[in-house]
Design a protein around this ligand. Structure first.
Ligand SMILES: *Cc1c(COP(=O)(O)O)cnc(C)c1O
Length: 432
């Protein structure tokens, strides 16, 4: 590996004293107050005012009738997918999932938590390729998927990096086929599409309070829906499915997925700062856009009808500015040449100077776990494939292409303008 600290291209740049993070928690003090409140009242478990209050506030903020606080976004996605599965196919026997033998269309380039719930319920994910405008599920590829699998009744779709996808078009296709949508808005809390908050577009929607999201509870997630009966069912499932009886009576399988009132206190303290965090992230995005404008790279883009929450600033290197590079399953190699670079080089250089970037989410259709799963592109000719296949054939789909040429830049709220200027400088030097 290059020694970036002694490489003459980077002469004069000093490593950051403290790590510049991709996205770290930004606390304001109110969080501690609500956590202390829970301690003082001894409501430190899975019931209490903090939980009630964030369910109420987030339902109002997003514009949904119901919100249920859960232990993680992944747990919320699992129960959202399970509820959708039960609505579609009924309650499964013990030992079977609600999606047993069923295919589910889902985002391909995403964090694996989007997909896990489908597999927990024994469904078969069918991965739908991404589009270049928002990096989310391509409605055209979704239409193709319906030509191949006309009976699919569930679509799980994510808004990546805080940028709303083409959700109106996806909803139209879903309605044409009588399909339900589970919306993974884990990364996009506060983002809007046509003035409507993400989290409103799924039959069941999910946001996350994981440590690096736009606001955090240190952990936690929220399921959003409109029907009170559905919300109460999720509350019941998440607390071991106890029936209303004098003893522990069970008619349904239970889960231990409820949020604790301590975590809810952190979320409650963060909520008033959501818009402030979005404004900070937007400023970071715009500084990158300006500072990198002279390089052969583009920022991640969004639709003109959308306001992202700018959770992570990402870039895509132009095809002809990519140096030769190959990624195996766990290692990457590249050959640097003047005026070219690649995500691996930029990430290594950033790390050498103590800044934290990240590759784009590696698409599911090139994950070893899902190698035998169907994958559909806009021109229809898709199936799961290996990195080596793509490298050798050059048959690059959108998701694999964005993964190959893209990366996430340090996007921490607390990054100073001076630190960001150094990051921009490091990226420039990578292309020397
Ligand atoms: C963070 C995230 C989730 C949920 O994550 P948790 O850590 O379980 O809260 C789900 N989907 C996406 C796309 C995410 O980024």
């Amino acid at each position: 590996m290059t020694n970036y600290l002694t490489d003459p291209r980077f002469e004069g740049i000093k490593p950051f004293e403290n790590r510049v993070w991709l996205a770290s928690p930004t606390m304001h003090g109110d969080e501690q107050k609500w956590v202390n409140d829970a301690f003082e009242k001894n409501w430190i478990t899975t019931a209490g005012e903090n939980i009630d209050e964030i369910e109420r506030l987030i339902a109002v903020k997003v514009g949904r009738k119901q919100a249920v606080a859960l232990s993680a976004g992944t747990a919320a996605l699992h129960l959202a997918i399970k509820l959708a599965g039960e609505k579609l196919y009924g309650q499964p026997m013990i030992g079977h999932g609600t999606l047993e033998g069923k295919k589910v269309f889902c985002s391909d380039m995403t964090f694996d938590a989007t997909i896990n719930g489908i597999c927990y319920e024994n469904g078969t994910p069918v991965f739908i390729d991404s589009e270049y405008e928002t990096w989310n599920m391509d409605p055209q590829a979704l239409e193709k998927a319906y030509e191949v699998y006309p009976d699919v009744k569930l679509i799980v779709v994510a808004h990546l990096y805080g940028t709303p996808g083409k959700i109106d078009e996806i909803r139209k296709i879903a309605d044409q086929h009588g399909a339900l949508i589970v919306e993974d808005a884990a990364e996009s809390f506060g983002a809007t599409y046509n003035g409507i908050q993400t989290g409103c577009f799924g039959d069941y929607s999910v946001i996350s309070f994981n440590g690096n999201k736009i606001i955090t509870g240190s952990a936690g997630g929220m399921l959003l829906c409109n029907d009170e009966e559905d919300a109460n069912k999720i509350r019941k499932w998440s607390t071991q499915s106890r029936e209303d009886a004098p003893w522990y009576q069970h008619e349904e399988l239970g889960y231990n997925y409820r949020m604790s009132n301590i975590i809810a206190g952190v979320v409650r303290g963060q909520l008033p700062y959501l818009e402030e965090h979005i404004a900070q992230k937007k400023a970071i995005y715009e500084r990158y856009k300006e500072g990198l404008a002279d390089l052969p790279i583009k920022m991640n883009t969004f639709l003109s009808n959308s306001n992202p929450n700018y959770w992570l600033s990402c870039v895509l290197i132009d095809k002809d500015a990519m140096c030769e590079t190959v990624r195996g399953e766990k290692k990457a190699l590249f050959n640097h040449v003047t005026e070219k670079s690649c995500p691996t080089e930029i990430l290594e250089a950033l790390s050498a100077f103590n800044a934290d970037g990240r590759p784009i989410w590696k698409p599911m259709h090139i994950q070893p776990l899902y190698r035998m799963h169907p994958f559909i592109t806009a021109n229809g000719n898709g199936r799961a494939r290996s990195n080596a296949y793509i490298y050798e054939t050059g048959l690059v789909d959108v998701g694999a292409d964005i993964f190959e040429r893209g990366l996430c830049l340090p996007s921490d709220n607390k990054m100073t303008i001076e630190q960001q200027e150094v990051v921009i400088d490091i990226i420039h030097k990578c292309f020397r």
